[in-house]
Design a protein around this ligand. Structure first.
Ligand SMILES: C[S@@+](CC[C@H](N)C(=O)[O-])C[C@H]1O[C@@H](n2cnc3c(N)ncnc32)[C@H](O)[C@@H]1O
Length: 431
């Protein structure tokens, strides 16, 4: 290779900078903060895993590859999400743990209305011959050409299904998918939850009210900048969905297609950790819990445990919801306070607890008891490490995972969180 001039060498640096890969990354803020990566992406993957595994098994048994359509793909974050779904509990020596290997992928087709985002997606993935991106509007039905073969997975992520501001457009899209299916497909719909604590001011018993919210994209800035830029903030008009409302839409779409679109699972994602907890834009009592959980997962960053404690403020007239959130809040806070007590009684010199750890009452919910047991083992067994900041780098991330486990086990898939995700199947092989 001939010698490069100094200018040519500098171009390599410029390219690296413009790619964004040279920027200092922090998981404390931004679109890809720690909660996004370690909670939201992982939670979604966990629920998707058995269904994606089932689809892959089905394709493999038919000697063909998997076809995916991502509706509202943006810059194709959904592909990254799907590619990160791993086998369940791989053992410690395994190296290949991804479910969606390049060998099994047939086609990932992303469609979106935004040319800019499609441009970004093409920049990142355009050279992969198994990936393509097209401009289309999913509120006008399923964007497929004549004779275009059906897909195995119709996917949406991170609130994209809430861009259907009218039931009718979603009914039509789902019915189109069901009709276009030859044998079998899986559909993933991702909405904003109607009863997230973040927007408690919008809660209503009358489901004909507050169907779409004025969603302000204000969380990308810290408080002061957010206020300074208030006039220029982007607003989205987004549908709020409860499980009941989803059921009505899906029943209608099934009727129209003449084939059942069967719900398989629903889950609530980000109950106390949605992005608008930190902005308190729609609930004056919301606390910056996401910021605190981000800190739990950040390397070398010590977190003040009092900043993660939730103080749920009830809304009059919503007894069932209040009861649910209060129960969850008490479990959440109990786990944090228990961990703090363990740290308080840990004796570094003797590498053991200086006194008996607090008891774990048998009356507590199993998920809470399991996580208290886990934190006890973590603190006791790594407390001695000393070097490498065991509190910041081991104990706090483990508390983060334990809190995630707790909310995952106590969620009910009813629309009580930032995201409500539903996974459905259309199975024409069963008569
Ligand atoms: C919340 S973003 C999610 C993007 C991406 N799926 C992700 O998980 O990061 C919603 C996406 O849906 C796209 N979108 C909104 N309305 C649409 C429509 N009617 N047809 C196609 N795409 C649409 C937006 O441009 C945006 O990329």
């Amino acid at each position: 290779m001939s010698k490069l001039s100094a200018n040519e060498q500098m171009e390599a640096y410029s390219e690296a900078v413009s790619s964004g890969l040279y920027a200092k990354k922090s998981g404390l803020v931004g679109k890809y903060d720690n909660v996004r990566r370690y909670w939201e992406d992982e939670n979604t993957r966990q629920f998707l895993r058995p269904y994606l595994a089932g689809l892959i098994e089905r394709c493999t048994s038919q000697m063909r590859r998997l076809r995916i359509m991502d509706l509202g793909c943006g810059s194709a974050d959904g592909f990254e999400l799907l590619s990160g779904v791993r086998q369940r509990d791989p053992d410690l020596v395994q190296v290949e743990v991804d479910l969606l290997s390049p060998k099994i992928l047939g086609l990932y087709k992303g469609i979106d209305l935004s040319e800019d985002l499609l441009g970004q997606a093409r920049e990142i993935y355009g050279r992969n011959p198994k990936m393509m991106f097209e401009k289309a509007d999913f509120t006008e039905g399923l964007p497929v050409a004549d004779k275009e073969p059906p897909y195995d997975l119709y996917f949406t992520s991170f609130g994209t299904a809430s861009h259907h501001n009218e039931d009718e457009t979603l009914v039509r899209l789902l019915a189109d998918i069901a009709e276009h299916t030859q044998d079998y497909c899986t559909i993933v719909c991702d909405w904003l939850g109607r009863y997230s604590y973040e927007w408690q001011s919008l809660w209503t018993d009358d489901l004909s009210e507050n169907r779409n919210m004025d969603y302000i994209v204000s969380y990308i800035y810290e408080k002061e900048e957010r206020e300074a830029r208030r006039e220029e903030l982007q607003h989205l008009y987004l549908r709020l969905m409860s499980r009941q409302e989803v059921g009505e839409v899906v029943t209608e779409a099934s009727k129209r297609a003449g084939v059942e679109i069967k719900p398989l699972v629903f889950f609530d994602r980000s109950i106390f950790t949605g992005r608008h907890m930190d902005t308190a834009e729609y609930n004056p009592h919301a606390q910056a819990i996401r910021k605190a959980v981000n800190s739990l997962h950040e390397a070398n960053e010590r977190t003040d445990f009092s900043s993660i404690l939730v103080n749920y403020v009830p809304k009059q007239g919503f007894d069932l919801l209040n009861h649910y959130f209060e129960h969850l809040q008490m479990c959440w806070n109990t786990l944090i306070q228990f961990t703090e007590e363990l740290l308080d009684i840990y004796d570094s010199e003797n590498s053991d607890f200086a006194s008996e750890p607090p008891p774990i009452p048998a009356s507590y919910p199993p998920a809470l008891r399991d996580m208290m047991d886990r934190m006890l083992l973590v603190v006791r067994d790594v407390g001695w490490l000393g070097i490498g900041r065991p509190r910041e780098n081991i104990i706090e991330p483990q508390l983060g995972y334990a809190l995630r486990y707790l909310v995952t086990n106590l969620q009910r898939g009813q629309g009580c969180a930032h995201g409500l995700v539903g996974i459905f199947e259309v199975d024409k092989t069963k008569k």
